[in-house]
Design a binder for this molecule. Sequence first.
Ligand code: SF4
Length: 101
Amino acid sequence: MPVKIGDMCISCGACAEECPAGAVSEGPEVFVVDASRCFECVGLSGEFLCAPVCPVQAIVPDEGAAETEARLLEKAASILSADRKIPALEALTEATSRFRK
Ligand code: SF4
């Protein structure tokens, strides 16, 4: 599932700088995540890369918007530049997909 940003966001922008998909931007009140771009960092990391940098723990999984690991990997491949090496689905590990934990 993509992540979402809660009302406690203080609009520091740290998560937007960290997001490899360019999925985070400043909204009218708090920062917001474009779910069509969020690929949950599948292929790059076993964790969401944005959440650890948030100083107020405002970033949480959007439980209502689950997507499969395969679909997320497809999104990663379509969003990231071609020179960014993305593993094949069968080659994902704990270090490159939170689904492998
Ligand atoms: Fe808001 Fe946290 Fe992102 Fe800063 S890192 S903009 S507080 S969600």
